[in-house]
Design a protein around this ligand. Structure first.
Ligand code: GLA
Length: 737
């Protein structure tokens, strides 16, 4: 890993074993992007990569024979000779929006610096990464920009973010400030995103780039299930195991924009950051604004490699705390078992039976606080409901602990019900604007987390409950998007900063609570996976992947989610049938097999299970605990996509020590007299012998990889039916003398 700086030409080259990233200072002091992709040998002179020719019809700069419209830029500013959309747009005291940032210097830092108030990837030792800071200044605005780049030593990863400081005595308004911008010299790409909706999160969509602008964004106040804050640019020939892929993942949980602009010379500008729509930020003298971080991954071995890089980085250098490296408990959650209708006896009965099945953690979901008998009431009143739990939370928790289970609690700290004591006491604590009624969502409003007093109040209340109940786990939910976005506590000129301030407030509360409760496992949730993003993963190592627990639907959701996020982040539960979201019947074995590819839990009433099902669940949990390290810490490879093949789906995990291979095979739909099917595994040791656990069959790694496993010899698919899931566990044979 190195950051080379040619002091004469002012060319910067960030490189490690796999990637190179190059940019340089132009004669007019602005920056030009030169290259991003597979590693280039470092040479003194990269001038052959420059392109500064002025085309006919171009406007040129006032003081240089350069047209910024033609130049591949590094962080384009606004309203001069470039007509593409900029990375940064600012308004000064005159209402003028022109900017021009020119190079003033650079600094190299060992390791990686923290982002103030924002989640970001990190290093554990300064040897793991190098950081380059490039300083730019706009003389007219009297403002300085710092572009920060970190390159990791052992991962093909470059992270970027930007800070802006206003030195002028008058305020400067930020209209747009993206975390990263990058101009590719061609448009030979498809772009891929994870799109969806509630209960259908993160489905893979791939489309060729076309002329003009294409983007995804969120305007909902959360990163959203509609579009995840991630895009990948793929060469047309790129597939799971071959070809170039560039990933851009934003460590942010609010409104974002990811945009590609293909211009009239077939170049592609990629920008990513806070959504400039409905966003302005007023910067007073000497104040600094920091953007969220973009994590860029380059792969020359297809999408799988890209995903594996994200998995390892996010699992080990984004997730934090003791639970990062600890095996997660198998949980039972009472939501689908009881909804709001429970009492202490019912919970204890569930917990007792769950314990017998091998469950390790009991999670009390929504409905435990004052008067919360439906979703119409009580959010904000974080006091125990004495009708349901007359002995209080502490007593319940003690009894659950007494059964030998850990105890977890659901909270939704960002929300308030209009029917609540909190709302009567503080109607001004609600997100909203003067003289307009709020639009309810799930019968609730959003609390104004741009107001410190609100966060402080909720913080103390939740802290009291978590302490009193001696919790081991927290499920932090967020069940509606933001409407009438504004705060009565903010000045008129600051209203457009509200959404970002809100997210900063959420991060602040997460930081406070995770610091106070370092041993508690936090799981993020937002009506399922509506805020399943890297920002959340920084605070909560686990997230509820989707409210949809139907096994077949989950195959797609988890497969799509795996493009970026590791299995250690995906909460995955076995629920009852008929499934509550789709009405579908699937065998309990299949539900188990699918949930095995995440952090396993159960979301059902164990007393409703038949004796036979109980035995199956007991066996599932015992088996899962054996293979959990392979799933939680191993390397996942996708084998057959449910988006491409309506009949099948498959993926595998290889353990860190490479001795265990766990293969999941799903028959989505049965076919009569099915054609032969082989499953080719990936990343095995060619010359090692592998036993298929539970059989006498022995295979060599090269046979499994190049010939493939003859599925029909090991699985009876012919009359198995729809929605059948199989787990195949291969183990490297011990060497014998
Ligand atoms: C959301 C969550 C569910 C459950 C309910 C409770 O929908 O995604 O898992 O916690 O809220 O109201």
């Amino acid at each position: 890993m190195a950051i080379y700086v040619n002091e004469e030409t002012l060319t910067f080259h960030l490189t490690n074993r796999d990637v190179s990233y190059l940019f340089s200072v132009l004669p007019n002091g602005e920056l030009t992007h030169l290259y991003y992709g597979k590693k280039l040998s470092h040479v003194a002179d990269f001038s052959q990569l420059f392109y500064t020719e002025v085309k006919d019809n171009s406007c040129t700069e006032a003081d240089a024979a350069l047209s910024m419209d033609v130049i591949r830029q590094e962080y384009p500013s606004f309203s001069r000779s470039d007509f593409r959309l900029p990375a940064v747009q600012l308004t000064n005291k005159d209402g003028h929006r022109v900017s021009r940032f020119t190079y003033t210097g650079y600094e190299k830092v060992k390791g990686k610096t923290k982002l103030k108030g924002l989640p970001a990837t990190y290093v554990e030792s300064s040897e793991e990464a190098d950081t380059l800071k490039v300083f730019l200044r706009d003389e007219v605005l009297e403002a300085t920009l710092t572009l920060s780049y970190t390159i990791y030593q052992h991962h093909p990863v470059i992270t970027r973010h930007v800070t802006l400081t206003n030195h002028h005595r008058d305020d400067l308004i930020i209209n747009q400030m993206m975390s990263a911008s990058l101009d590719f010299n061609h448009n030979q790409f498809d772009w891929l995103e994870l799109a969806g909706s509630w209960a259908r999160e993160r489905h893979i969509k791939r489309t060729p780039l076309h002329a003009g602008i294409q983007n995804i964004q969120s305007t909902r106040g959360a990163s959203s299930p509609q579009h995840n804050p991630f895009i990948a640019l793929l060469r047309p020939e790129t597939a799971e195991h071959v070809g170039e892929a560039y990933g851009f993942s934003l460590v942010y949980s609010g409104n974002f924009l990811a945009q590609m602009e293909v211009d009239h010379y077939d170049t592609t500008r990629v920008t990513m950051g806070i959504n400039p729509f409905d966003f302005n930020w007023r910067l007073e003298r000497d104040e600094t604004f920091t953007t969220p971080e973009v994590v860029m991954v380059y792969s020359d071995q297809g999408l799988n490699k890209l995903s594996q890089v994200y998995h390892t980085l996010y699992r080990t250098r984004l997730a934090r705390g003791v639970w990062r490296d600890k095996l997660r408990p198998v949980l039972i959650n009472n939501w689908e078992a009881t909804y709001f209708n429970f009492n202490e006896d019912k919970l204890l009965q569930m917990a007792t039976e769950a314990k017998q099945l091998g469950v390790e953690l009991f999670v009390l979901d929504d409905g435990w606080f004052k008067g919360r008998n439906s979703d119409t009431t009580s959010l904000g009143d974080w006091f125990v409901d004495e009708k349901k739990l007359p002995n209080g939370l502490r007593s319940l928790s003690e009894k659950i602990h007494g059964l030998g289970l850990q105890f977890g609690l659901w909270i939704e700290p960002e929300m308030i019900s209009p029917k609540s004591e909190l709302y009567h006491a503080h109607p001004d604590w609600v997100v909203g604007v003067n003289n307009r009624p709020n639009s309810p969502g799930r019968n609730q409003y959003v609390l104004d987390f741009s107001n410190k007093a609100v966060i402080d109040y909720i913080y103390h209340l939740i802290k009291e409950r978590l302490t009193e109940a001696n919790v081991d786990y927290v499920k932090w939910d967020m069940n509606r998007f933001m409407t009438e976005a504004g705060s009565v506590h903010l000045a008129p000129a600051d209203q457009t900063s509200f959404r970002h301030r809100y997210i900063l407030g959420v991060y602040r509360l997460y930081e406070l609570l995770t610091t106070d409760f370092p041993n508690v496992l936090f799981e993020s949730c937002a009506a399922g996976g509506a805020r399943f993003d890297p920002g959340m993963l920084y605070y909560a190592p686990q997230g509820w992947t989707s409210d949809d627990t139907d096994a077949l639907e989950r195959v797609k959701i988890q497969y799509g989610t795996s493009l970026v996020y590791p299995a250690s982040m995906m909460g995955a539960h076995v629920s009852a049938v008929p499934n509550h979201q789709t009405g579908r019947m699937t065998p309990i074995e299949t539900r188990g097999v699918v949930a095995f590819s995440g952090m396993l839990g159960y979301e059902l009433d164990p007393s409703q299970l038949s004796k036979e099902e109980k035995t199956i669940v007991q066996e599932q949990i015992r088996h899962y605990k054996q293979v959990q390290p392979v799933v939680q810490f191993g390397q996942m490879t996708r084998l057959i996509s449910p988006f491409d093949d309506p009949l099948h789906a498959s993926w595998q995990f290889v353990s860190q020590d490479e001795t265990d291979v766990l293969v999941t095979y799903i028959q989505q739909q049965a076919q009569p007299n099915p054609a032969f099917r082989q499953l080719k595994l990936v990343g095995l040791k060619k010359n090692k012998a592998y036993t298929l656990v539970g059989t006498d069959s022995i295979f060599y790694g090269d046979q499994l990889m190049y010939h493939g496993l003859e599925l029909d010899r090991y699985i009876d698919r012919s009359d198995a039916g729809d929605a059948r899931g199989y787990l195949l566990h291969f183990k490297v044979q011990e060497e014998t003398e």
